[in-house]
Ligand binder design. Sequence first.
Ligand code: NAD
Ligand code: UDP
Length: 311
Amino acid sequence: MRILITGGAGFLGSHLSERLLNEGHEVLCLDNFFTGRKRNIEHLIGNPRFELIRHDVCDPYKFEVDQIYNLACPASPPHYQFNPIKTTKTSFLGAMHALGLAKRTGARVFQASTSEVYGDPEIHPQPESYKGSVNPIGIRACYDEGKRVAETLFFDYHRENGVDIRVVRIFNTYGPRMLPDDGRVVSNFIVQALKGQDLTIYGDGTQTRSFCYVDDLIEGFVRLMNHPSCTGPVNIGNPGEFTMLELADLVLKKVGGKSKIIHLPLPGDDPKQRRPDITLAQKELGWNPTVPLSDGLDKAIAYFATIVGGK
Ligand code: NAD
Ligand code: UDP
């Protein structure tokens, strides 16, 4: 198949590009390099089935493709809050342009949605049926509401125009090729520990997240995309739940060195807890995460050590 990946030079997009090329597909990687990097995909350049296109998804585009993965959108809070109006435009216009292309070509289209659609959840763990608790005017809203309206567009194009959609709700995912200054917690803690700096916990560190290793997530993506009928939304994430204090301790134990933990103010609207209910993914996709946090952290630490030095 010929497959378009928007945001293909980003963290997840580069792993997905690699996976699809290994399966023998042609990959069109479209990116404006806001948070993506050429070095994430430089090992793919030269492959005759790989094509790199610099383009912003807020502007329309035209290709002939069989499948579209719509991943373009900054994912880390500091990056999506850097230019929040642009983030909302990227989510909305990016979804609209991907759906328009799917409508014209008949391609199946996949949306990288997020656990952020659940906001600061009152239901725990979060099943897909939970409608969420998002502050529409807070500092995370550009991303959360952008992703929510993108889901709305996906389901309206599906109902109104018969567009063949797949929607995944991704829970915190980590691994090689996250930017060292990405700002998300796993990369922050590892890079800080490798540099011998103190680990910055926001708030008291009792908030929880569930961390999925990137290879597990990409397996879930491909299973959902190629499922004959399941539109989603489907949660994909690792249900192992950790406080930020536990994560910091684990990273410190693994990296060693002289770093300590320091506390910084908790950013606004930071969700207190998050864990996916993955019953639907297990039932529909036969999917389960296979990489425990400890093993995934070892791989991520080995990667960041090559970028920032240290152990
Ligand atoms: P990332 O920031 O590494 O990748 C996003 C990519 O999109 C980058 O390559 C960036 O340059 C590109 N991009 C951003 N705006 C663009 C625009 N206007 N036009 C073209 N390209 C643009 O983030 P990621 O972790 O790889 O996330 C990929 C997708 O998955 C995002 O849509 C994100 O919201 C979603 N997601 C990720 C996670 C996670 O934990 N990694 C969790 C939930 C959802
Ligand atoms: N966090 C932290 N220190 C950091 C970066 C993040 O304590 O250096 C916290 C953040 O406040 C949140 C959690 O870690 O409670 C996960 O943050 P991240 O930005 O990775 O993802 P998200 O909040 O979008 O789930």
